[in-house]
Design a protein around this ligand. Sequence first.
Ligand code: MG
Length: 259
Amino acid sequence: MKKITISLVILMFVSGTINAQSKFKSRQDSIAYEASLLEVWSPVPKPVMPGKFISEPPSDAIILFNGKDLNAFHGRNGKKIGWILNDDGSLTDVKGAGDIVTNESFGDCQLHVEFKTPSEVKGAGQSRGNSGVFLMELYEIQILDSYENPTYVNGQAAAVYKQHIPLVNASRPPGNWQAYDIIFTAPKFKEDGNLLSPARVTVLHNGVLVQNNVTLTGPTDWVIKPVYKKHAEKLPLFFQDHGDDGNPISLRNIWIRPL
Ligand code: MG
């Protein structure tokens, strides 16, 4: 009985092989067929054409810097703006010149800014092309040359400073223009000063999602642990002069859409 069963299995195997061979002209055709069984052809992913690097402002944007003047900004504490307006429509920080602060206040917003860290690399870590976008003057999205420049990761480019590490490092090499597109939700406070809802932020770095609607635990700071304190619904934003010895950063094409 056992012999019969084994013979039957062998017979089935041989006949199967013959059948399989008869279906295909060659062993290669047979392999190709097997490979095709693993292919998935639908649904077809939606094609997305990457944008050109320069993102033109949409019609409803408030232009903060269009390369011509700095009328939308003032210096901190009445200080005159010391940043240099370049012929190519960009703006370069000068060590010790101070932050540039918007005249207008903003809360929830979409912000676009392009920045360039110096092509001549000086310094390391946090002193290499350090600046920052300070939303509401309190919440920093770090600007830094993070191309092959190790530092603490919650302080590298596109970090929510000391709160959120970027999902990936989308930094271009030094001397190249880069972009942040930031969607910011301001924190809301109750009458009594307690927090109603925290600030949230989404950041795209050179078009790549690096902060996905993350929650801020309070204002960002170098030393002080974040704690919310009631503040106005809208506040100016500023770009940081970090005051390092290395060459400073440049900015261009800055626009904002209040939400
Ligand atoms: Mg900074």
